[in-house]
Design a protein around this ligand. Sequence first.
Ligand code: ADP
Ligand code: ZN
Ligand code: MG
Length: 470
Amino acid sequence: MSKTYYPVIGLEIHAELNTASKMFCGCRNDPDETNPNVNICPICMAHPGTLPVANKQAVQSVIKVGLALGSDIADFTEFDRKNYFYPDIPKGYQISQYKFPIVSGGTLNGFGITRIHLEEDTGLSKHDRGNFTLVDYNRAGVPLMELVTEPVIHSAKDAADFAKELQLLLRTLGVSEANLEKGEMRVEPNISVSDEEGKFGTKVEVKNLNSFRSVERAIEHELARMIALHEAGRQDEIVQETRGWDEVKQSTFSQRSKENAHDYRYFPDPDLPKMKLHSAFDIEGMKKALPELPWQKRERYGKDFGIKENDIELYVSDPILSAYFESVVEGKGAVFAQTASNYLSSDLVGLLKKDLEAELPSQEHFRQLMDMVMSGKVTSRGAKDILAVIVKNQEVGPSAIAEKEGLLQQNNEDDLKPIVAQVIADNGAMITQYKEGKEAVLQALVGMVMKQTKGSANPAVTAKLLKEMM
Ligand code: ADP
Ligand code: ZN
Ligand code: MG
C-alpha cells in the first residue's frame, strides 16, 4: 500500500534589474544588444587595478521589492565575494551578498521569504557553435536580484503561481522586465519529498526552466520521481544535486552534485564600501511612493467594479488596458463598468493586434458606445460591429457609424410591424409549429427579423410583435 508523501518546495528566483548601467561599472545594461562583447569595460572584464562602484538604482530597486513584500530592510549591508572558477565569471569570483542581504523576511501569496540580495550576473556561454565555447560578456556585471523563499511551498502549482506573482510585482514596480523566455527571470525550485510530516527529505535543485509551464512540469516530474524511489524502497538514491530540465523529454536529469556554501570561501569585498541603508535612503518615503501593488489593485477592482476575476487579472497584468478601462468608466456606476469590461475583455481585446496603445479606440468613442448599449440604442450585435469600425477608424464616432450602417436599434413598433408581417407570411410551417406548442420556434423567427434588419431590431419588441401578430 502506498504511503502519504509530503512535498516541500523552496524557490530561488533571480531577476535582472533594468537599470541603465551595470552593477559595478558604467557599461550599458542592454539585454537586447545582439552584438557580443560590446558593452564591456576593464571593470566588468576584471582587469587588474580596476575598482567597482555600486549602482545606487539597483540597491533602490531591491529595497522597493522588499517594501512591497512587507520585508525588513537591513540597516547594515555589504557585498561579498563568492569564489569559483568558470569562464563566464572573469574575476574568478562573483560579487554577491552573504551574511547581510538587503532584504529579509516578508511574504508573497502567503509564502515566507527568507531574503533578497543583490549580485552581478555572469557572462553568457554559448556551447552550440561547434567544438568550442564562445563567451559573451555583455551580461557580465548586470545587476541581478536573488529572492529565496522558505521551504514552505507544497505544490507545483503554488510554486508556479508564486513566480507569476513575483513577475507581476517586478513589472508593476518597473524594476525588471522579468521575462522567463529571455532569461531575465530564472526560477530554480528546490524540491524534496518526505514520508513523515515535518521532516525534510533530501532536496534537489532544478535549473534551466524558461517558462512557468516548465517550472510546474519540472516540479511535478521531480516529485513523481522521488515518490517512485520511495515506493521502491530506493530513497537512498535521492542525492543532493543540481538537475537540469529536458524540455523535449519533459524530464529532469542529473547535472552535478551540489556544492556547499563553504566551497565558495565567501568574504566581504574589500573594494566596496559597506552601506547603511536607512541613512543612505529615505526608506519611509520610498514606501509611501510605491505604486498600487497587484494585490491592492485586485481588491480595489473587485470592490469598486465587481467585474469578473479573469477581467481583473487582465487589468492587473496590463497597465495600458487598466488605465484605458479606468478612464472609460470614470464617474460611472458598477453596472456600466461591468458592461464596458465585458466588451473590452472579449470583443475589443480580440480586435487588437499588437500595439495596444495605437489600436485602442479613443476612450470617448468607447464610452459613447457603451452608453448606447446601456440605453438600448444598439443591440449587442450592432455594438460589436461598431466596435470593429471604431478600432480601425479613430475619427468617426459610434453614433455616426450606427446611423450610417443602420445599426441603431429599432424599438419603434410601427417600423418593425411590416417586417414581422413579412416573416410570418413567408414561414407558414413554422407558425403552425409554434401554435402547436413548439415555443423554440419563436427564437428562430426573432432571428429572421433580426437578419432582415441587419441586427438592428430590438429582440424583445420583435418577440412581442410576433406573438401578437401570429
Ligand atoms: P543551500 O545551502 O543548499 O543553497 P539553502 O538553505 O540556502 O540551501 O536553501 C536554498 C533553497 O532551498 C531555499 O529556497 C530553501 O527554502 C530550499 N530548501 C531548503 N531545504 C529544502 C528541502 N528539504 N526541500 C525543499 N526545499 C528546501
Ligand atoms: Zn563594464
Ligand atoms: Mg543557499
